[in-house]
Design a protein around this ligand. Structure first.
Ligand code: UDP
Ligand code: MG
Length: 326
């Protein structure tokens, strides 16, 4: 059976680029269908993220022109991640695989062939990874690389140089549905779901038209959101900092007492230094400990699944059938 593919494309104020890229996506989809890799029921799903321009009109027109184009619209702008999730959840019960991709033509659509090959070879998630950043400026390149290193250091596991261009199987989508968090960071959540995954490499181009919605300021807040949504490592770091400050404070304290006994200090200096060192360390450390509890509460409120089973030694209906017979 050929897999049913939906290409999930978030669009926010993209009236300039959509007429250029939509036919390219369609051509790719038709090519994949013709080569027999995917089912004829495959579609291109546009997710209008509350655009204020003519994006939705374009999507509606496209869907009338060609049966491969379909679209959904969010009630308002909710951001790229939510738009992609909305599309994926819309698809999860009717597809075998989805590929999410931006609508601006920056990601090379030809990488889809290899993604599907990898899926047919047994992978449930295939990450599109940029092989080079030649088209980016030095500044963008360096900040982006710093972004991935920093994210991983802070405990948010992300695939290096992977944005949101990826193939995900319906099976993974159904598991992802159990992640009930409202702060979405798909790049970090999908690796958490697990299952066999791999990467395919592609070259990233310039935007074909229109402007980026992600300037540096938004990138920084995205990174901060990602870390605080996925990891409580910052809290651990505060605890560690508190310990270090306490130790240094303690050393200072001893030193201040010794100096005071030697008698070559101002009156009151030693006691003041002792108080400052002692309290500084204790305060940061205590903050860290309280933070640990806040962090745990935060993780609990997510109600994430505690385990996900990927394989069984029996078929889905086999065991229940046996019990029926007995
Ligand atoms: N996008 C969206 N909602 C938003 C912002 C962006 O759906 O609030 C979409 C946008 O239409 C595009 C993708 O997310 O398809 C990536 O946005 P963009 O190309 O502006 O980001 P960049 O590639 O510059 O990081
Ligand atoms: Mg872009």
């Amino acid at each position: 059976m050929k897999p049913v593919l939906w290409i999930v494309i978030p669009c926010y104020n993209e009236e300039k680029v959509l007429p250029v890229t939509a036919p390219m996506f369609n051509e790719k989809l038709n090519g994949l269908i013709r080569s027999g890799k995917i089912s004829e029921d495959s579609k291109i799903l546009f997710v209008n993220d509350g655009s204020k321009d003519g994006t939705w009109d374009i999507i509606a027109r496209l869907s009338k022109e060609d049966e491969h184009y379909i679209g959904i619209s969010q009630s308002r702008n909710r951001g790229h991640q939510n738009a992609v999730l909305a599309g994926m959840m819309e698809a999860k019960d009717v597809v075998d695989i989805i590929i999410s991709i931006d609508c601006d033509g920056q990601d090379d659509i030809n990488a889809m062939d290899e993604m599907i090959e990898q899926y047919l070879g047994g992978c449930e998630v295939v990450y599109g990874v940029r092989s080079n950043r030649d088209t980016d400026t030095w500044f963008k390149r360096t900040t982006a690389q710093g972004f991935y290193r920093f994210m991983n250091f802070m405990g948010a596991e992300v695939v290096y140089n992977h944005a949101d261009y990826r193939l995900v199987s319906a099976r993974v989508l159904k598991e992802l549905d159990h992640y009930k968090e409202v702060n979405l960071f798909l790049r970090g959540m999908i690796p958490l779901v697990g299952f066999k995954s791999t990467a395919v490499y592609y070259e990233r181009h310039e935007r074909m038209a229109g402007e980026s919605h992600y300037p540096l300021k938004k990138m920084l807040s995205f990174a901060f959101d990602g870390i605080t949504s996925l990891s409580t490592k910052p809290i651990t770091m505060i605890t560690e900092l508190g310990l270090v400050v306490s130790l240094i404070g303690f050393a200072f304290l001893i030193w201040a007492i010794i100096r005071a006994f030697q008698g070559d200090t101002e009156n009151g200096w030693a006691s003041l230094t002792c108080i400052v060192c002692f309290l500084g360390g204790i305060q940061i450390f205590s903050l860290g400990v309280i933070g640990k509890y806040v962090g745990k509460t935060y993780m609990e409120t997510k109600h994430r699944p505690r385990y996900i089973i990927s394989d069984r030694t029996w078929e889905e209906n086999e065991l229940s059938e046996k019990t029926d017979r007995e």
